[in-house]
Design a protein around this ligand. Structure first.
Ligand code: NAD
Length: 263
């Protein structure tokens, strides 16, 4: 039996790859109509979109909104309501990373990371909330990170943005708590996706060491269970948070980090 009510509509930002794509797949499987978003090859994206529709018999649309552009974000939410009739669940997942020491951090990378990883969460939530309030039901699920709770060197912009997401999650949850809307953050440790693949290469360059050493000695060093989290683990938690069973869970950050932040 599906964990979601019939005809729920979900927007997942940054869902052409990695965790977002896994979440899109999981929600479509549960019968939700989906708005995909993110960059990539147009033919590949259309293949994903049409494939999800065909496999699960749900409506799947694609928005090319750039999460660093507030007007495009609000158009993505408006377009979802026009096309799918509702906007029940928002998964703020789009994210980028850049690794460099603070005093060498490129200004444009700082601005881009804050825009995509933090400000887009505000802009998308701001646009979606009126529709959720009108329905007296809604779910905002923010994909933060273990780096929303603790820090690592060379990731100042990412750590600052993800801590901001956790703070935003709490403030927003308090505002809408009486309106059937929950707002939560998921804080994964390392999940092997294209974003992490790139970090492995970047860290190898910064530290001048081979990829296998980056994985063992840097990435998985703080993760006590010494394994990457699976995309499906994150998607399953997102599905739970979107279900009625999680109606009392709000304003919180749930870790999937193998014990990292228990230290
Ligand atoms: P990914 O690189 O595989 O996917 C990122 C997605 O965001 C892609 O679809 C990309 O097109 C999209 N995107 C990037 N910039 C965008 C923009 N300006 N506008 C719209 N879409 C944009 O990365 P991932 O690992 O799947 O990461 C997804 C989220 O999970 C991110 O917020 C990331 O910080 C977070 N996260 C990842 C890990 C991990 O280990 N992979 C751990 C903790 C948190």
């Amino acid at each position: 039996m599906s964990r979601l009510h019939q005809d729920r509509s979900v927007i997942i930002t940054g869902s052409t790859s990695g965790i977002g794509l896994g979440i899109a797949h999981a929600f479509a499987r549960e019968g939700a109509n989906v708005t995909l978003n993110g960059f990539g090859d147009a033919d590949e994206i259309e293949k994903i979109r049409a494939g999800l529709e065909a496999e699960f018999g749900v409506k799947v649309r694609y928005s090319h909104a750039d999460m660093s552009k507030p007007a495009e974000i609000s158009a993505m939410v408006g377009g979802t309501v026009s096309a799918l009739g509702r906007c029940d669940i928002l998964v703020n997942n789009a994210g980028i990373q850049h690794v460099a020491p603070v005093d060498e951090f490129p200004l444009e990378k700082w601005d881009a990371i804050v825009a995509v990883n933090l400000s887009s969460v505000f802009h998308a939530t701001r646009a979606a909330l009126p529709h959720m309030k009108a329905a007296n039901w809604g779910r905002v699920i923010n994909i933060a990170s273990a780096h929303g709770l603790v820090a690592s060197p060379y990731k100042s912009a990412y750590v600052a943005a993800k801590h901001g997401v956790v703070g935003f999650t709490k403030a927003c949850a308090l505002e809408v708590a009486e309106q059937g809307i929950t707002v939560n953050a998921i804080c994964p440790g390392y999940v092997l996706t294209p974003l992490v693949e790139k970090q492995i290469d970047d860290q190898a360059k910064v530290h001048g060491i081979p990829r296998e050493n980056v994985i063992r000695d840097i990435l998985l060093a703080p993760q006590p269970n010494k394994r990457f989290a699976e995309i499906d683990e994150v998607a399953s938690l997102a599905l739970y948070l979107a279900s009625d069973a999680a109606q009392g869970v709000t304003g919180t950050s749930i870790s999937i980090d193998g014990g990292w932040t228990a230290r």
